[in-house]
Design a protein around this ligand. Structure first.
Ligand code: ATP
Ligand code: MG
Length: 254
């Protein structure tokens, strides 16, 4: 059985950073077959992991749409098989995990057909892994587009701001409204002073989301980001990494 975990929340709260650190903790455990999915059209996860991306899933889907429009597809090969091959070729194999970068699809016209075969292809890919970890785009849009439809555990990241908590609450409500069945919701407080743990937990409960824990502001993260170094190379004493490890264990992600 595949366990799908997603990381969502308001813009700039640290979703991509937290997703990368969770991924590192899971890969270090070494027991799982893991797929990381960058589901943000802005594509940031490969940046913080210092991974080069040659082609995104969105680009592959756009190519198929274009070929259908131009009528330039050769007979005898099914569109599903063609797209499946292209999507598999975008998978990036790293040590300890694979990475799938969704990127952007062009929005013009009705591409329901291509989107529906793409959905089926992605469902098949996901089923090949023990754990799928998704870095979502900011805000609520992914819920209405049902990018989260397979998610079992949703981790919502907030910074120490009223707006961050408000978005978190709205994400949980909207998931219910659009009938996405998520088993567990947890709130992660990022860039919180460590003496705010109790206050954070209190606010999390007041908005109906289980507190997973807080992650402090960590100078290592600035340094690695500015110098283009992969967060996978953070030293084990990095405070944010230690905090994420504690969270991963506490909520039973590994
Ligand atoms: N715990 C932390 N300590 C220090 N810097 C952090 C921490 N968490 C995130 N950052 C920094 O904050 C910025 C925003 O983080 P990140 O890109 O992870 O947020 P995001 O929620 O994914 O943003 P977006 O909504 O654009 O996808 C980045 O520059 C990142 O390096
Ligand atoms: Mg991000």
């Amino acid at each position: 059985m595949t366990r799908v975990i997603s990381v969502s929340g308001k813009g700039g709260t640290g979703k991509t950073t937290i997703a990368a650190l969770i991924l590192k903790v899971m890969v270090d455990v070494g027991k799982y077959n893991i797929l990381a999915v960058d589901a943000d059209p802005d594509t940031n996860l490969p940046d913080v992991l210092n991974i080069e991306v040659h082609k995104t899933v969105g680009e592959a889907a756009n190519e198929l749409k274009k070929k259908i429009e131009q009528g330039s597809l050769s007979y005898g090969i099914s569109k599903r098989d063609l797209l499946e091959g292209w999507v598999y070729s975008t998978l990036i194999e790293e040590e300890g995990f694979d990475l799938l970068v969704m990127g952007r699809t062009e929005g013009e016209g009705c591409y329901c057909y291509v989107n529906s075969i793409l959905t089926r292809i992605l469902d098949t890919i996901i089923s090949n892994y023990d754990i799928v970890l998704m870095d979502m785009e900011a805000g609520l849009e992914h819920l209405s587009r049902r990018t989260d439809k397979n998610v079992d555990t949703m981790l919502i990241v907030t910074d120490p701001s009223k707006m961050g908590f408000k978005t978190a609450k709205r994400i949980k409500e909207l998931a219910k409204e659009v009938h996405i069945e998520i088993k567990d919701f947890y709130l992660i407080g990022n860039k919180f002073p460590l003496n705010f743990e109790e206050k954070f937990a209190e606010i999390a409960r007041s908005i109906g989301i289980k507190p997973a824990g807080i992650v402090p502001e960590d100078p290592y993260i600035y340094e690695y980001n500015l110098n283009g170094k992969s967060l996978f190379n953070l030293p084990s004493e990095a405070p944010a990494l230690q905090a994420v490890k504690k969270i991963v264990n506490k909520i039973g992600l590994v």
